[in-house]
Design a binder for this molecule. Structure first.
Ligand SMILES: [Cu+2]
Ligand SMILES: [Zn+2]
Length: 197
């Protein structure tokens, strides 16, 4: 009962504040416009191949999402990085499904008009590791095409960005138009909400 009466008090205070602010309603739309919502998310990559990493994502309002990543254990060279459809890792990275593709497109480069939303191209590892920053407009942290709850996957091979061999469709085939022929899934992780900045 005490909690109830306290809530009622808070509610009446809130109502008073709202009533007060309506007196200056001419300034309110401007105040809303300059306050962009800052969304944050994090993904921890793990796998069975000695590859691990952390990706930190942020998005201000509807601006492109920024991905700041650090991955260790990769062989030097380029490696495909994608967002896969499901955040299901019950069977390791295999159960994360295909590339996140809400617009039913073919696989491509992140700069292509025709691409999966989850196509983030390649990151390049050196002997010292693999640190990168990506900005992309097709991987929002809220809304209908939100990537929260889906999975990041880092691959064994370079992604051919949809420009390679698509002659053998099948899980062991040449599937440039669906996978970029990026090879095995070395590590993956589910993208989770993090506290806002
Ligand atoms: Cu992938
Ligand atoms: Zn793709």
């Amino acid at each position: 009962m005490q909690t109830l009466s306290r809530s009622a008090t808070l509610a009446s205070k809130t109502h008073l504040c709202g009533a007060k602010s309506t007196k200056t309603s001419a300034h309110r739309p401007r105040a809303v416009a300059v306050t962009a919502e800052q969304k944050q998310a994090v993904c921890v990559l793990t796998g069975t191949a000695g590859v691990s990493g952390v990706l930190k994502l942020s998005q201000s309002g509807d601006a492109p999402t920024k991905v700041v990543g650090s991955i260790t254990g990769l062989a030097p060279g380029k490696h495909g990085l994608h967002i896969h459809e499901f955040g299901d890792t019950t069977n390791g990275c295999m159960s994360t499904g295909p590339h996140f593709n809400p617009n039913k497109m073919d696989h491509g480069a992140p700069t292509d008009a025709t691409r999966h939303a989850g196509d983030l191209g390649n990151v390049e590892a050196t002997a010292g590791g693999c640190d990168f920053v990506i900005e992309d407009s097709q991987i929002p942290l809220s809304g209908a095409n939100s990537i929260i709850g889906r999975a990041f996957v880092i691959h064994e091979l370079e992604d051919d960005l949809g420009k390679g061999d698509s002659s053998e469709i099948g899980t062991q085939g040449k599937t440039s138009k669906t996978t970029g022929n990026a090879g095995a899934r070395l590590a993956c992780g589910v993208l989770a909400l993090a506290p806002s900045a």
